[in-house]
Design a protein around this ligand. Structure first.
Ligand code: SF4
Length: 115
């Protein structure tokens, strides 16, 4: 596999991340290996405009979803977002926007209650 070169400008959003300066264990609890997030190294969004993935409320998410549709780690990304709603409250993850994730979680709860 070829190495992915990520321009620093594409990661400029990370300097505004609320997690900066916080205890890393908040985000990677003991027992969870941060290396398990290795799929993020192959994230196609790292090569595109981050504004696409975290649009202002009410703005379209179709551009980000088109990128996700071509991303090789879409499944891992979507599973991560669905499993970590507190860490992924906004944005498009794995081709799913906030509403999509809420719908899926609601369906999962309904299935669990019916079981
Ligand atoms: S699926 Fe979308 S949000 Fe997730 S890593 Fe790929 S491009 Fe980024």
């Amino acid at each position: 596999m070829s190495e992915v070169i990520v321009p620093l400008s594409a990661l400029s959003w990370s300097t505004r991340a609320a997690c900066q300066g916080e205890d890393p264990e908040l985000f990677f609890p003991p027992g969870e290996d941060p290396e398990d997030l290795g799929w993020q190294d192959r994230a196609l969004c790292a090569q595109t405009d981050p504004e696409l993935f975290f649009p202002e409320p009410g703005h379209r998410t179709s551009g980000a979803k088109k990128v996700c549709a071509r991303c090789e780690v879409r499944t891992e990304c979507a599973e991560y977002a669905l499993s970590n709603p507190d860490l992924t409250p906004s944005g498009v993850w794995g081709g799913l926007d906030e509403r999509d994730r809420a719908d899926i979680r609601r369906q999962q709860r309904s299935l669990e209650e019916a079981a």
